[in-house]
Design a binder for this molecule. Structure first.
Ligand code: ADP
Length: 200
């Protein structure tokens, strides 16, 4: 059954706090769909996209259990724009369709579309309002390194492939600053939730 609640986009780069903030909205009864989760489902074992990827790159692109070797695929597309384009043309429409499908099924007052590339992919056009998470680069980098156990260089590569903090802020309707502690963040989420409810 489709409910079609208004979609509010939550945009932020890697490590900006999207999952943390989505959880705080979930505590207020607001459902969320994470584009990263949907992207993973799109290439899960048995999916059409994984079959196409297997056909193009051979058995080497799969792990022993038949799932996608993401590191290997990332390595291929990071250094080759043709392959990157091929992969994006295959997966982006599938992700988009599945994301919208899941958003439509939400039953809360509004639903969050949690997306690291909300503006980059133009999916902000499907949102009633958009929220950008505001974090300075140094803190974003620190949180990624601590969470993912990666090097600063690797964190910076991913950060550089996304919109800058300032560009994202300039495009969004609301800004959520995530530089304080979780209690502070929770207070900001409560206030923003109230403001959104009043506007809808
Ligand atoms: P994203 O989903 O945008 O990649 P996460 O929500 O996973 O980011 O946050 C990145 C890391 O920073 C996580 O380990 C998370 O626990 C931590 N984090 C996020 N916000 C805060 C905060 N306000 N205070 C302390 N740690 C935070």
């Amino acid at each position: 059954m489709q409910h079609n609640p208004p979609i509010i986009g939550l945009a932020g780069g890697i490590g900006s706090g999207k999952s943390t903030i989505a959880n705080l909205f979930n505590d207020l009864g607001i459902q969320s769909v994470d584009a990263d989760d949907v992207a993973r489902e799109t290439v899960a074992i048995g999916s059409d996209c994984l079959a196409e990827i297997h056909l193009r790159y051979g058995d080497d692109i799969l792990l022993d259990d038949g799932s996608l070797n993401r590191g290997k695929l990332r390595g291929i597309v990071f250094n080759n724009s043709n392959e990157r384009t091929w992969l994006e043309q295959l997966t982006h429409p599938a992700i988009r369709k599945q994301l919208l499908e899941q958003l439509r099924q939400a039953t809360s007052h509004y639903v969050l579309m949690v997306h690291p590339l909300l503006f980059e992919t133009g999916q902000n056009s499907q949102c009633r309002f958009t929220i950008a998470i505001d974090v300075p680069l140094s803190l974003q980098r620190l949180r990624v390194v601590n969470r993912d156990n990666t090097s600063e260089v690797d964190a910076d590569k991913i950060i550089a492939s996304q919109l800058s903090n300032d560009e994202r802020l300039s495009k969004a309707d609301f800004v959520l600053e995530n530089t304080g502690n979780i209690i502070d963040l929770n207070g900001k989420v409560h206030r923003l939730h109230k403001e959104i409810l009043e506007l809808l």
